[in-house]
Ligand binder design. Structure first.
Ligand SMILES: *Cc1c(COP(=O)(O)O)cnc(C)c1O
Length: 433
């Protein structure tokens, strides 16, 4: 380049300040050492998608490599007696204690989040069959909305929609406005998958209870990265996936939570042989187990729980308070990077600025993001694109560094600037040619 944009020297200054900050933040990061426990990927420059699919731990890699010969090949059918049969509940208890604020006996590992949500929506309805309304928000993840619509159609119930602000999420006031004597269940996400907004679980749960309804929280974007206190907040039901911040691997089994007082009062619709009091009696009729086991349907996927088992150890060791602290620092740094490098190119923020109501990811918006995505991926910079114009920067505290975040956002800024400077485009920057 034989010319420079006006203000280029000032930009250089900003960039070197950010580079120094990243180094300093990494140097002071008490969780920095955990990065070395993940499987190395030499081609990776910046993984900004930990909110969608977490990276594998080395421990998971070793367990999986030896699984066929050691655990499966060696133990064979005996494995079921030696721990596999109860693994959905023992691992559930560990996950509940490490990440959900849940005492033992209320958390299970089951199928996908979609299937567990289906079971738990039905469970909520079974507790109060006279109530006819389901509440969900228009910005909730598609699966959550589709399930509610399908169940409402099947059973002749009514869906009450909450419409949140696009760069925020569902507020206590919005819930108060829709709940009433007909409300059976309110299904919301603690962290909005688009904006990253954090809803007030405790207050929304209280408002729903005041109306006599039950709450079902989707924790997919908060489990493993936010402080969650299901027992203390009085939450009735919850579910979430384990392949995002819980590093369980693609399609790993999801978890469900049912408050202890509720377990015996509710039923679930997929009544299978593994959810009864004594599965090996193979009795003539389904009689639901008295405990959380009643939410298990069929044979659990032992293979898919193996990486989660390893990742949970790491999360327990680091502790959720320290993980959340780093998560806030990472997203704050991402906001600084946005303001300095992306905003001048016309990018806008799709997430809250207040870290008290922001989860583990930051969403930035620009119409050219779809165009630059293949180039970013080819260069080892992997954010998450959401149509029509959103890039989510999902920063996973145990595996993401501040320098990695800086390199990723810098690459996004450079790719965007190149598109805007390109031939036949009269976006900003053209006047400098
Ligand atoms: C990722 C995600 C899901 C995923 O559901 P699956 O059944 O695992 O495909 C559901 N809900 C929310 C809010 C999510 O973010």
């Amino acid at each position: 380049m034989n010319h420079r944009h006006p203000g280029a020297a000032a930009q250089d200054d900003v960039r070197s300040r950010l580079a120094n900050r990243a180094v300093e933040l990494d140097r002071r990061d008490p969780l920095a050492g955990f990065r070395d426990q993940f499987v190395a990927n030499p081609e990776l420059v910046a993984y900004l998608d930990g909110n969608s699919l977490g990276r594998p731990t080395q421990a998971a890699d070793q367990r999986l490599q030896g699984f066929a010969s050691r655990e499966w090949g060696d133990r064979l059918i005996r494995g079921w007696d030696e721990g596999w049969f109860d693994l959905p509940l023992t691992l559930g208890d560990r996950l509940g204690a490490a990440t959900l604020g849940a005492a033992a006996g209320q958390t299970f590992i089951g199928e996908s989040t979609t299937v567990i949500l289906y079971k738990l929506i039905h469970a909520a309805l079974s507790a109060q069959p006279e109530r006819t309304e389901l509440v969900v928000d228009t910005d909730n993840f598609p699966t959550d909305r589709y399930l509610v619509q399908g169940i409402a159609a099947d059973r002749g119930l009514t869906v009450r929609w909450i419409e949140p602000e696009p760069d925020a999420g569902v507020t206590v006031e919005q819930v108060r406005d829709v709940v009433g004597e007909r409300t059976a269940v309110v299904l919301l996400s603690q962290v909005a998958y688009k904006s990253g907004y954090v809803s007030d679980v405790e207050a929304i749960t209280r408002v729903t209870h005041d109306a006599g309804g039950l709450v079902l929280w989707d924790l997919c974007h908060s489990a493993g990265v936010m402080e969650i206190e299901l027992d203390r907040w009085g939450v009735d039901l919850a579910a979430g996936c384990t392949y995002k911040y819980l590093n369980g691997g693609p399609g790993s089994s999801a978890f469900g939570y049912v408050r202890s007082e509720l377990i015996e009062r509710v039923s679930q619709p997929i009544q299978g042989w593994m959810g009864v009091a004594n599965a090996f009696e193979m009795g003539p009729e389904y009689r639901a187990h008295g405990g959380i086991r009643r939410f298990i349907s069929g044979t659990p996927s032992i293979l898919s729980m193996t990486p989660l088992d390893e990742a949970l150890g790491m999360i327990q060791e680091a502790g959720i308070p320290a993980i959340r602290e780093k998560s806030v620092a990472l997203t704050e740094f991402a906001l600084d990077l946005h303001d300095a490098l992306l905003a001048p190119l016309g990018v806008t923020l799709g997430s809250p600025r207040d870290s008290a109501v922001r989860g583990g990811h930051v969403t930035v918006l620009h119409d050219s993001f779809e165009q630059i995505l293949p180039q970013l991926w080819a260069g080892g910079v992997i954010p998450d694109f959401r149509r029509p114009n959103g890039l989510r920067l999902g920063l996973s505290p145990l595996s993401t560094s501040f320098e990695e975040t800086r390199l990723g956002v810098t690459a996004i800024a450079e790719a965007l600037a190149a598109v805007q400077d390109g031939p036949g485009d009269d976006g900003p920057g053209h006047e400098a040619l």
